[in-house]
Design a protein around this ligand. Sequence first.
Ligand code: SF4
Ligand code: SF4
Ligand code: FES
Length: 234
Amino acid sequence: MPRIQIMILRFKPRVIDPPAFFSYELSPAPDWSVLDALEQIRIHQEPSLMYRRACHHASCGTCACTIDGVERLACKTKLADLGTQTITLEPLHCFQRIGDLVTARSELFRFIRPDWSYLQADDQRDVHDLLLGDHDRTITKFENCIECGCCVAACPVARKNRRFLGPAVLSAINQEMKKNPSTENDLLSIAASPDGETLCQRAVACSRVCPTGVYPARHIKALRDQRKRTGNTP
Ligand code: SF4
Ligand code: SF4
Ligand code: FES
C-alpha cells in the first residue's frame, strides 16, 4: 500500500487539553487493520498513544472508535477498505474521554440497575474490568452484544440526551422479554418510560454501525409494537 497519513484526535488531561489532532505517517502492509496501524504508531512513533484492544478479532468490543466519522471496531476495519490515504481517528461520542481513543465504556451500563435480574452479572466481570479499565460494579453481559458502544455513539438522540436508555440497553431488554416472557410487564414499562423507546427517532444509525448484527433498531421497533399491542402508554 502507498504511504498513508493517520490523524488522531488526542487528549491527555492537562497535557493535550483541549483535544487536538496529531498526524502520523506510515507505510502499511496491504492487509493491515486500523488496529495494526495504531500498534505500529505506538511502538515506533508515539509510545504514549492510548487505545484499547484485547481479542483482535471483533469479540471484545474494546477497540471501538470513530474511524473516518463512522463508529467501527479498529481490529475489524482494514485500512485498504477505507479507500483513502488520510484516515481520521477519534474516540467514540457519548462516552467520557479518558485519554486519546480510550473512553469510559462503563457509561454503557449506567441505566442497568443491579436488581434487574434479567441482565445477569457477568461471570467474567474481573476480566471485563481489566479490559475496560473501569471498576464498575454493576457491569453486566448483554446477550449477543459485545458492548462496544458503537450504536450509542452513533445515535443522534443519545448524543443530545444523556438520559435516553439507548439502543444497546433497549435491545437487551427486548431480547430478555423474548427469552423470559414473565418479565414482559416490568420490562415493557421500563422500555416505555419517558427516557426509553419513545425518544427514538428511527434514524437506524445504531443498526448500521453494529459490528455483530444485533440490529438495535429492530428491537426498538419490536418494543414499540408490543407497547401499542398491550396499550401500555408512555
Ligand atoms: S433508531 Fe433510535 S436508537 Fe437507533 S440510532 Fe436512531 S434514534 Fe438512536
Ligand atoms: S448492540 Fe451492537 S453496536 Fe451496540 S453495543 Fe452491542 S454490539 Fe455494540
Ligand atoms: S480488539 Fe476486541 S473487538 Fe477489536
